[in-house]
Design a protein around this ligand. Structure first.
Ligand code: NAD
Ligand code: ZN
Length: 245
């Protein structure tokens, strides 16, 4: 394992331009937020299409809002962990460092990361289906009358649902960062959710070394130049410490 860390550090020291990290639900697992494919009843027995698609929302906004309010409430008790903080530290250590997350929990922001793109939105935000009205942070009280005070249309959580495009500016930013990267870290993601996962082969094709941090092999492991097997709260701080030595 030490050898792998040393290889990763060597890549990081050789960068000339940009280091980019792509994170997924795994980095927040140790903050108490269940991952997508975990067995802890993330979807509460409902189908993802019922709870996380525009069709599902239009069919039953009350049900969808109750689920999101519950997730917002659970999030209130969650803090960034050592992995989030180590990435914020990496941004200070490496000029040109940038972070792309698939997470909607806002924990990277809370940990102090600034060069940050949230590809799938932010669960604490609310916006209107019909106009530009936005609440940040969004309300927490009971679902029921979630209507826009301006146009009366439905308010929805500002996350990307199944079948929806990613926010254009966020995607364009992530895409050019990936192209510019000399090192691309893939952290706590199963790398099967697209188009986010396509940033990994893109970075590889445009010359980046790929460093993976995960507790198990993933769809990205084949293209990884080095794999650090372990939890992100241990492995990222270890990488930062080795880089500072
Ligand atoms: P995923 O659930 O598909 O995969 C999680 C990955 O994290 C797995 O590869 C797993 O091995 C790894 N992992 C688990 N614990 C880890 C740890 N302690 N350290 C390092 N790795 C660990 O998640 P995904 O790839 O992000 O895709 C899921 C989708 O669901 C994303 O689009 C995301 O928007 C959404 N989601 C977000 C959150 C959140 O915001 N925290 C939570 C669940 C799902
Ligand atoms: Zn409106």
């Amino acid at each position: 394992m030490e050898d792998s860390i040393q290889v990763a550090v060597k890549y990081l020291r050789q960068t000339k331009h940009r280091v980019v990290a792509l994170t997924g639900a795994g980095i927040s697992a140790e903050s108490g937020i269940p991952t997508f494919r975990g067995k802890e009843g993330y979807w509460r027995g409902r189908s993802p299409m019922q709870l996380a698609s525009l069709e599902g929302f239009c069919e039953n906004p009350q049900l969808v809002w109750e689920w999101y309010l519950d997730r917002r409430k659970k999030l209130e008790g969650c803090q960034p962990n050592a992995g989030h903080f180590a990435l914020a530290a990496l941004e200070k250590l490496l000029p040109g460092f940038a972070l792309v997350t698939q997470n909607v929990d806002g924990l990277h922001h809370n940990a102090g990361s600034k060069q940050l793109v949230e590809l799938h939105g932010n669960i604490r935000r609310t916006h209107c289906l019909g106009c530009a009205y936005l609440e940040d942070p969004g309300r927490q009280e009971k679902a029921g009358n979630f209507r826009c005070p301006h146009c009366g249309d439905y308010l929805r959580p500002s996350v990307v649902w199944f079948g929806e495009s990613l926010p254009e500016r966020a995607w364009d930013q992530a895409f050019s960062w990936a192209q510019e990267a000399d090192v691309f870290l893939v952290i706590g993601t199963s790398a099967v959710v697209y188009p986010a996962a396509s940033l990994i082969p893109l970075a590889k094709e445009t010359g980046a070394k790929i460093i993976e941090i995960n507790v198990e092999e993933t769809a990205a492991s084949d293209v990884a130049d080095v794999s650090l097997l372990g939890t992100s709260s241990v492995m990222i701080p270890r990488l930062v410490m080795a880089l500072e030595e």
